[in-house]
Design a protein around this ligand. Structure first.
Ligand code: NAI
Ligand code: 15L
Length: 267
């Protein structure tokens, strides 16, 4: 197996549950961690239930780890205070622990919501300025900047995966463009983990969907080639001929519904 010890944070989450099964093929020991209950440790696993905001717990959990897949945290828009704790403090704790223990590489679950305020008519590359669509997106921009800093300062490598919509199937018209199948996600993670040198790389995570907003030329060294597509689901969301609709911000911007979920709209 290519690794002795891998840490997966967010292992009780939607993606974490899938990765927990698949990552065992890569490593002798998979450390699975979450704030939520993870059940008993299975063969080849160690279970650590802790809050990412608990710096001492995170430091202890990262000891002897070679690769971290950082998927833990709040995964949707929420109050700034909650995001501060889970995503900003939590991600800082992961990087500080990774540096102290000499971890070689982190794969950071970033998000398309780092760029959600670009228009659905825009084509993006990874080096275009971030345009987050809420506090959640801002926290993912923090993770991308933090990891850039740790790479420049210490040589700790990171691949930031700006995941589109990684679910069993697209749930709406927008996700026909942002859909990332679980198999393509896993292939992208394999490229991120196994490519010999990645430095600090930002890569968009989408399947080979017919409509594309994101161009991965700046991450070509990863060699990621998606195999799936949202095509089998296109019939579920017929084209109204009115997309993007001039009077609907959720179709004008790449972030879709997140454009309307900021805390300011709830106050
Ligand atoms: P999820 O919400 O199902 O899983 C996140 C996990 O993190 C949960 O099990 C939760 O208990 C844990 N968590 C939250 N706060 C924590 C804390 N303070 N300490 C420790 N654990 C904590 O989300 P999902 O869909 O599995 O996403 C995983 C990661 O990928 C997240 O970082 C999310 O932002 C990112 N992502 C996912 C996308 C998707 O399409 N599923 C799209 C873009 C990004
Ligand atoms: C995300 O960042 C979220 O974690 C996920 O739940 C989806 O909402 C996804 O983006 C999306 O944009 O579809």
């Amino acid at each position: 197996k290519p690794f002795r010890r891998i840490l997966l944070t967010g292992a009780a989450g939607g993606l974490g549950k899938i990765l927990r099964e698949r990552l065992k093929a890569w490593t002798d020991t998979l450390v699975v961690s979450d704030l939520s209950d993870l059940g008993p440790a299975q063969a080849g696993e160690e279970v650590v239930q802790c809050d990412l905001a608990d710096k001492a717990a995170v430091l202890a959990m990262v000891k002897d780890v070679e690769l971290i897949l950082h998927f833990g945290g709040i995964s949707v828009e929420a109050s700034f205070e909650d995001i501060l704790r889970a995503n900003i403090q939590g991600t800082y704790n992961i990087y500080e622990a990774a540096h102290k223990h000499g971890v070689k590489r982190v794969i950071f679950a970033s998000s398309n919501h780092t760029i959600g305020y670009y228009k659905t008519t825009d084509q993006l590359t990874a080096s275009m300025p971030p345009r987050p669509d809420g506090m959640y997106g801002v926290s993912k921009c923090f993770g991308e900047s933090l990891s850039r800093y740790y790479y420049d300062r210490t040589g700790l490598e990171t691949v930031c995966v700006r995941i589109g919509s990684a679910f069993p199937a697209p749930a709406n018209r927008r996700m026909l463009t942002t859909y990332l199948s679980y198999d393509d996600l896993f292939e992208l993670l394999r490229c991120a983990a196994m490519t010999p040198r990645v430095g600090h790389t930002i890569v968009f995570g989408a399947s080979d969907n017919r409509e594309k907003w994101w161009d991965n030329r700046e991450a070509a060294h990863l060699g990621f080639r998606p195999k799936d597509s949202s095509e089998p689901f296109v019939h579920l969301f017929p084209d109204s001929g009115n997309y993007p609709a001039a009077d609907d911000v959720t179709t004008m911007y790449q972030g879709g519904g997140f454009i309307l979920t900021g805390p300011q709209y709830k106050d």
